[in-house]
Design a protein around this ligand. Structure first.
Ligand SMILES: Cc1cc2nc3c(=O)[nH]c(=O)nc-3n(C[C@H](O)[C@H](O)[C@H](O)COP(=O)(O)OP(=O)(O)OC[C@H]3O[C@@H](n4cnc5c(N)ncnc54)[C@H](O)[C@@H]3O)c2cc1C
Length: 326
């Protein structure tokens, strides 16, 4: 029996939702293929996450405890993961596709002379590796791709799968790991959070995104109010990032972030393909645009044709009432 090993990313004492999504999918693939589902978590306090990982079906959990994992640094993460991979020899190593693991996965694949299949929308484990679908050409097309070998690395776009529970009792293994910080070539001086204490775009279940139709502070405030009602994150098209109205870290699209929340509001966004590339995989898309022919309506689940300055205030009011009466 082989292992499917899922890397569990943590931040501020929480497991990233995208990691639980990948873990849930790997659990189903492990079941289908007669593999064991394992999870590896690197943290200053990895034991605090094992209960959650058991809930999501990890029957083997490898914990690596070290103060160096307070912040994500590629070198120690690569070294610790290499130690675990060397020990357990998994058939598949799966990651949630984030900026943080881009280099890590490539470096590990090189080290283990294994194929890496990055940023896929779905994958299936096969007898000799895995088959996957990968969004290409600004997400217009899904390309069939595969990785063949005794060990294959794969990273999965956030929102591609649901995080679902299936509790088990896990075998826990603590993997010893010493790391000499003196050997680090890069020194982390400070972590600057782009959006203060605001909700992380990559992890948010609801994203409210503004485009050029949001013309002023009044419009921006409406977008912020709507986002706050859902505890959602604020996104933006490139147009309003370029004008300086929204922070560059909020840009969604081909040259921004790729998000796939449960609910995406496109407010005053035309739906240019470069923007759509970053949000088309959202589960439910609500578009508000005064132009009934705006391309965004081709992608939306619900479309509201009209002036956002007239539509948003009563919508926010109704949602507030519904929240209060819930
Ligand atoms: C190489 C390259 C990379 C790019 N990368 C990105 C990227 O990553 N992300 C991105 O977003 N763009 C990107 N772009 C830019 C992209 O092509 C579009 O120009 C941009 O997405 C348009 O932004 P927008 O929809 O906000 O503005 P517009 O296209 O100007 O659309 C504004 C919309 O608001 C509507 N509107 C106006 N007023 C109101 C109102 N009062 N109420 C309701 N609706 C209203 C209009 O009908 C219109 O549809 C890229 C372009 C290139 C060439």
């Amino acid at each position: 029996m082989s292992l499917i090993l899922t890397y569990i990313a943590t931040s501020d004492g929480k497991i990233k939702r995208s990691s639980l999504e990948v873990l849930s999918h790997c659990r189903e693939e492990a079941k289908k293929n007669g593999h064991t589902l394992a999870a590896v978590v690197l943290d200053t306090d990895p034991d605090s996450f094992t209960g959650t990982l058991e809930k999501y079906g990890a029957s083997a959990i490898y914990t690596v405890k070290n103060p160096i994992f307070k912040n994500h640094l590629n070198t120690p993460v690569i070294e610790a993961l290499a130690a675990v991979i060397d020990k357990v020899k998994p058939a598949v190593v799966a990651f949630a596709s984030t900026e943080a693991v881009k280099d890590v996965m490539g470096a590990l694949a090189t080290r283990f002379d294994a194929p890496a299949v990055p940023d896929v929308a779905s994958f299936k484990v096969t007898g000799d590796g895995l088959d996957a679908l990968r969004p290409v050409m600004a997400s217009k097309i899904l390309a069939k791709t595969s990785g063949k070998g005794d060990m294959v690395f794969v990273s999965v776009r956030s929102g591609s799968y649901d995080a679902t529970e299936s509790p088990v009792s896990a075998e826990l293994t603590s993997v010893p790991f010493d790391f000499d910080e003196g050997g680090l070539k890069n020194i982390l001086k400070e972590v600057i959070k782009a959006s203060g204490d605001k909700v992380d775009l990559n992890e948010a279940r609801v994203v409210v995104a503004a485009g050029r139709g949001v013309k002023d502070d009044e419009g921006k405030k409406l977008v912020e109010e709507l986002a706050a009602l859902f505890n959602g994150a604020i996104g933006a098209s490139r147009s309003v990032v370029e004008t300086g109205m929204f922070d560059p870290s909020t840009q969604i699209g081909q040259t921004g972030k790729v998000v796939s929340p449960e609910l995406y509001f496109a407010i005053g966004i035309s739906g240019a393909i470069q923007h759509v590339a970053g949000m088309v995989n959202s589960k439910v898309i609500v578009a508000i645009n005064k132009d009934e022919d705006a391309p965004i309506f081709q992608y939306s689940t619900y479309g509201l044709v009209g002036d956002l300055y007239k539509i948003l205030p009563p919508l926010i009011e109704k949602l507030r009432e519904a929240r209060a009466n819930a």
